[in-house]
Design a protein around this ligand. Sequence first.
Ligand code: DQA
Length: 143
Amino acid sequence: MKISIINGPNLNLLGKREPNIYGSVTFEEYLKSLKKEFSNIEFDYFQSNIEGEIIDQLQKVGFSSDSVLLNAAAYTHTSVAIGDAIKAIDTPVIEIHISNTFSREDFRHQSFITPVAKGLIIGFGIDSYRLGILSLINQVKTK
Ligand code: DQA
């Protein structure tokens, strides 16, 4: 199974950025532990602070990966273009959030990703990504 992880703006600062909300682990450290735990899965990882680069990456992996885990960060709440890119590709996208955006400011309650995503995992800290992977493994097993 090939899983593509795409992180949006400011998620390159995980570990340093508002650790009370996003935790103190860097994504690189966390990815290492995911690769160890799921050694039979092929992962690719991409992070960008630029909307168009996230769209380019969705188009790049969106016809070959089995699944995309996308944390579009603040673009979740603003980007019609990322929503359109998800509609345009074949690969199903799981929307991921570290924090529970519904318990935060009102502007974080809107998502342009949720209506076009296969599912949404939100609020479990950085482990939201791992829960997304487990859901994919479970689907393969129960098929
Ligand atoms: C986030 C939630 C967004 O509202 C925020 O802009 C982020 C991170 C999360 O993972 O909790 O940058 O996507």
